[in-house]
Design a protein around this ligand. Structure first.
Ligand code: SF4
Ligand code: SF4
Length: 468
């Protein structure tokens, strides 16, 4: 049987749902969602929020689970410390993440947006629920908005703003903890803002931004700002599974009338799916709409109606465009998916290999500028070097230096080199090599940096000697 063609006008594609013809914001008052999928989303969000809030306190080998200190250019991911010298590893990890996200989106659409994205989780599972608790469901919210500024409105709006501010401040603290680390954040709290003006200023700025986003900007983040949302059109295809309305079954839509034999499709035009939508769209206008974050609230709403009118659930469901239009069985392994998977496997293999072979420290050894070689009484040739070593671990390491693949000695000038945890050690040392070992004016030598008996890194450098 040929599928019926969608009958809704197509002009919704020319503008976003939350902006009117004059370019003014259309405020969305979504109906409080309920249903099986909403309950699952709640559980997922509780888990993710716990993880996010606990993250700064979790340490692996004394290092945070995640810290992205862009100010000091120090990054910790799963307890592994990365310095700017490891930038290529971060780039590779970022590329692998991008390919993974694209691959996931090609197959499952915007599941991330609706179920995992911190913006959606905070908006729908924290701020929106507080709003429902204080102002009531959507009809009451609309009435409150129209009300003059009386005691009730001042109390409700004021208490909502206070709670929103408090939560924004909490989120700002967590956000800052992921940048500077929980220990530095504790210092701001215990030593007072006057001693940490920059940190405290950032905290206030982040609080302001979060408050504005969740109290005012809201779904506009997903439709206007988020690059991931804007790129959906090029990542998805007809086989991508998204939240979709089965227009073949639903159209022509028509109100349910008592004592009348129904000739229309299963959609009774009750608009429940539209009322619960947090981005203010009508899913019946077609799948893969720019604003749809695949939150599944409309699935729950429609399933409720289907149960009520004794029709099978799933008029709105997770389905591919092809599945709805042609009733084709969904396939996971399409050519595009296989291509992305191959790229992802290559990237992950390279990343794992580089991480496993990464040295615990990184040394830079350069001949001291302006110094030529010296010749000792025993006929040895001597060069002076500067050394700088970066510690990529959280352990302090006393260091010794040895000449590799050549006879000779290394003598550190002054105190023993000690590499502080996550820090840098700098020093000066002499290298003495018998003249007969040298290959000419400039010989290649390799210095090994040891912690006890363990060779932690090596560095090649030049050794200056007589021409013959
Ligand atoms: S159309 Fe449905 S899935 Fe998409 S954002 Fe609206 S309620 Fe969520
Ligand atoms: S909730 Fe279902 S039946 Fe009601 S308008 Fe939406 S698609 Fe039609």
């Amino acid at each position: 049987m040929a599928n019926k063609i969608q009958t809704a006008p197509d002009d919704f594609r020319d503008h976003i749902a939350t902006v009117d013809e004059e370019g003014k914001r259309v405020w969305v008052y979504p109906k409080k969602p309920k249903g099986k999928l909403y309950n699952y989303r709640k559980y997922v969000s509780y888990f993710l929020l716990t993880l996010l809030l606990a993250g700064p306190f979790i340490k692996i080998n004394g290092l945070p689970l995640l810290m992205l200190n862009v100010v000091e250019r120090k990054f910790v991911i799963f307890g592994v410390l990365f310095w700017p010298q490891d930038f290529f590893l971060l780039v590779l990890a970022f590329l692998a993440l991008v390919v993974f996200v694209i691959l996931f989106t090609v197959v499952y659409g915007r599941v991330f947006c609706g179920w995992v994205c911190p913006q959606t989780i905070f908006m729908e599972m924290v701020f929106r629920r507080i709003e429902y608790a204080i102002e009531g469901d959507y009809t009451k919210q609309k009435a409150l908005a129209k009300m003059p500024w009386n005691t009730e409105k001042i109390l409700k709006k004021g208490s909502k703003a206070a709670v929103f501010l408090l939560i924004s401040f909490l989120i700002a603290n967590v956000f800052l903890a992921y940048i500077i680390g929980i220990d530095e954040l504790k210092k701001i709290a215990t030593e007072g803002p006057a001693n940490h003006l920059a940190g405290f200023g950032s905290l206030l700025a982040f609080t302001g931004v979060f408050y504005w986003v969740f109290a005012s900007f809201r779904e506009q983040v997903c439709t206007i700002v988020c690059p991931y949302g804007r790129l959906q059109g090029v990542m998805q295809d007809k086989k991508t599974v998204t939240v979709a309305y089965d227009y073949g079954r639903g159209e022509p839509r028509g109100k349910l009338r008592k004592k009348q034999v129904r000739t229309e499709g299963d959609c009774i035009d009750c608009l429940q799916c539209v009322q619960v939508c947090p981005t203010g769209i009508d899913i019946r206008n077609g799948a893969q709409q720019l604003e749809c974050i695949n939150c599944t609230a409309c699935i729950d709403a429609c399933n409720d109606i289907m149960r009520m009118i004794d029709k099978p659930e799933g008029l709105i469901r997770h389905e591919s465009e092809e599945g709805i239009a042609e009733g084709k069985e969904w396939k996971f392994f399409t050519t595009r998916v296989m291509g992305y998977t191959a790229v992802l496997v290559v990237l992950l293999t390279a990343l794992t290999a580089l991480l496993l072979t990464r040295d615990a420290a990184e040394a830079t050894i350069l001949r001291t500028p302006g110094q030529l070689y010296q010749q000792t009484e025993q006929g040895q040739i001597k060069n002076l070097y500067n050394i700088s070593v970066i510690n990529k671990t959280n352990n302090e390491m006393p260091l010794t230096l040895k000449l590799l693949d050549m006879e000779g000695t290394v003598k550190v000038v002054g105190n023993e080199l000690v590499l502080p945890a996550q820090g840098i050690a700098e020093g000066v040392f002499f290298t003495e090599i018998p003249r007969d070992q040298l290959t000419g004016l400039n010989s290649e030598i390799e210095i090994g940096v040891y912690h006890g008996d363990e060779l932690i890194t090596t560095q090649d450098t030049k050794f200056l000697g007589p021409a013959n």
